[in-house]
Design a protein around this ligand. Structure first.
Ligand code: COA
Length: 258
């Protein structure tokens, strides 16, 4: 079984992050598996919805920082896999559901801005420490964050790097409901089952109408990716990644020469 476990429950394709020893941090291979599955599921008439789930107490710790380091030192494969995945998100045609238990960091949170229905467990926490890594928001979160939860809250999340708990994310409007951890997967699958009962053409048309033209979202993905790739090779990011690996706080003042 790979680090992304892909199963079907009725007409729902379940994409489960399954790399518990690294808190479900996402590697290039995992992005590729996710993108392949989303594309295949969209093409498959037997699939009605995609559902993202994580493990017990951890949804995802975000991008694998070791792979960021590899990418900064010239491994183009990592960025290609990330960009393919984030380009696909606004273009996915079938509803995307997510059940978040525990930590949702980085793309573990920004992925949710693309989802149509999100449940969180009582112990879910959402955090996007892009700036603390010398990076910028990705996956169109600079556009969708303010759109989905309002600019002040998005600024707190995306720029200040504040941690939001499940209840705050529900109030903010990103999470439909907060449920006990053991009810998360069954309730997500029940929503998938409810969608499978809907007339498929009306469902597809309603979702397209509600989401609108994805051009601006795709443009945000591209604008962010250009700056993200530049920042990835910056001294700030190098210091942040080194600090993570050495399990210490980054010293950005030293980078500034202060
Ligand atoms: N990339 C690579 N490895 C990661 C990771 C990531 N994003 N997140 C966690 N890991 C690894 C840790 O290095 C550790 O590996 P080790 O056992 O070989 O030392 C293992 O997963 C367990 O993580 P640990 O930090 O010991 O768990 P924790 O419960 O104390 O903390 C987090 C969990 C998620 C809060 C913490 O690991 C963290 O801050 N991770 C980085 C999150 C991040 O910045 N993601 C990128 C966003 S763009």
């Amino acid at each position: 079984m790979g680090d992304i476990e892909i199963t079907r429950h009725g007409a729902t394709q379940v994409l489960r992050f399954n790399r518990p020893e690294k808190k479900n941090a996402l590697t290039a291979a995992m992005y590729t598996a996710l993108a392949d599955a989303l594309e295949a599921g969209d093409r498959d008439p037997a699939i009605t919805a995609h559902a993202f789930l994580g493990g017990d107490g951890v949804f995802s710790a975000g991008n694998d920082i070791g792979e960021f380091v590899a990418s900064a030192s010239g491994d183009g494969g990592v960025m290609q896999a990330i960009i393919r995945f984030v380009r696909l998100l606004p273009l996915v045609e079938k509803p995307m559901l997510a059940g978040v238990d525990g930590l949702a960091v980085g793309i573990g949170t920004t992925l949710l801005f693309h989802c149509d229905f999100v449940l969180a467990s009582e112990r879910a926490t959402f955090r996007t420490p892009f700036l603390d890594l010398g990076l910028v928001p990705e996956a169109a979160s600079s556009l969708l964050g303010p759109r989905r939860i309002g600019h002040p809250r998005a600024f707190e999340l995306l720029v200040l790097g504040a941690s939001f708990d499940a209840e705050r994310m529900r109030e903010a409007g990103l999470v439909n409901a907060v449920v006990p951890a053991d009810e998360l997967a069954p309730r997500i699958l029940a929503v998938g089952e409810a969608l499978a009962q809907k007339p498929p053409e009306a469902l597809a048309a309603a979702r397209r109408l509600m989401r609108g033209d994805p051009t601006a979202v795709s443009a945000a993905v591209e604008a962010e990716a250009a700056i993200f790739a530049r920042q990835l090779r910056s001294p700030e990011a190098a210091e942040a990644f080194r600090a993570f690996i050495e399990k210490r706080r980054p010293d950005f003042a030293r980078i500034r020469g202060a």
